[in-house]
Design a protein around this ligand. Sequence first.
Ligand code: NAD
Length: 482
Amino acid sequence: MDLTKTQPICVAGEWRLGGGDRYATLYPATGEPAAWLNAASLADVEEAIQGADRAFRTSGWAQRKPHERASVLYNVATLIRKRSEELAQLQRLDNGKPISETRALVASAAGTFQFFAAACETLEETLTPMRGDNLTMSVYEPMGVVAAITPWNSPIASEAQKMAPALAAGNAVVVKPAEVTPLLALELARICEEAGVPRGLISVLPGKGSVIGDAITQHPLVRRVSFTGGTTTGKHIAHIAADKMMPVSLELGGKSPTMVFEDADIDHAVAGVLYGIFSSSGESCIAGSRLFVAQVIYDVFMERLAAGAAALRVGDPASERTQMGPLITARHREGIESYVALGLEEGGRLRTGGLRPQGEAFDKGFFYTPTIIEDVRNDMRICQEEIFGPVLVAMPFDNEQDLVDQANDSVYALAAGIWTRDYKKAWRIGRAVQAGNVWINTYKQFSISTPFGGWRDSGLGREKGRLGILQYMEQKAMYWGL
Ligand code: NAD
């Protein structure tokens, strides 16, 4: 991608300047423009969706044999791997994550295409034994045009998780990346074309969610929306979907509890809790942002944790040594600062962080220090609302039932972490906690073969897993009279 030029967007296979306003994406480490582009216009949306529908009906993609579609998706994985360093550097510019994290996200995108290529090849349809005079078959069909709406915190990985199964299933895909991080979605579309996905089947439409995302969701030819983002936006999309009788999957926010018991391996737990909240600058739906520590080890544990947080290397995302980069935008940092101020107003006590790091290296970027707030109660806003930044709230507990009740006392139910050496306790708490994902003596570990999603305000539906491809297909029963 030549970043000295205004980036074209992809409208039904045509690469051209968007019809909307020109804007710059900013490199969060310096606040300076990383790329210039024109947002999509409503006319682009219409053209992209009509073109996607045409490509779905005429390109023959849906009719190709599963192994033929799979071979194209394997090519996508290979091309991502060939260009992995370039893509990782581009993502660093796009959202400011440290290079060690962007490399992992690019690798995960390649793995996702490889996985869904295999899922496509191995999808089984069923033939039911004769019942009376009928032989019945249950088959799966692609839906047509599906939309992938993604947030800014994990570009390329988020898009791959939607595009790979949607394409594997035989659909056309209209991608709406976050306005501030469009570059990886655009590059992934180019890679898909180069790998052999028919032109027109993919469009990428950067722009404002309330305009472009909304128009895509409302469009009658869009048969499914797979959305990752905030809960308020997710609920809005769910309302539109209800009116259209359109299936949706919603991967939304979280305020995930992490529970450390007195018998935990303390070194391991300290490292895991720090990683759970401060990796990706806490800009992660599954961030372990609510910490509960057994009263008997609370002081010792918090001492170690606060020292660990203060020692994290915050800085230049291009450096291999950096552990935490900047936040995505100046505005998002202001939002986080208001939450910290609110937490202190509510009676919380700042244990560490709570400020912008000082020094020339930090002057222009959107940096913030790893922050821990203690002396809070679970019912305070700072403990209930998603901050989506490097802010951890910590509380002691001395009773298992009370702990479970507090952990579950949240509108969110996306993830939970448990640190203990007692496997029976881990099982008991793991079953009692309400969450789509529970990590025991680890955190933020993923497998593409394991379904991912949240309960309650954290979402609807599951992504990933071998059956993730079925989200993008309709089931059809066929009866043969014999
Ligand atoms: P957001 O909801 O503001 O935006 C997400 C996407 O939706 C963007 O592309 C945006 O442009 C688009 N959008 C906004 N308004 C829209 C509308 N009215 N109609 C259609 N599309 C619209 O979220 P964000 O700030 O980009 O991302 C942060 C949120 O995403 C956090 O709440 C985080 O927890 C959540 N998230 C969830 C997961 C998960 O898998 N559960 C993963 C990553 C992020």
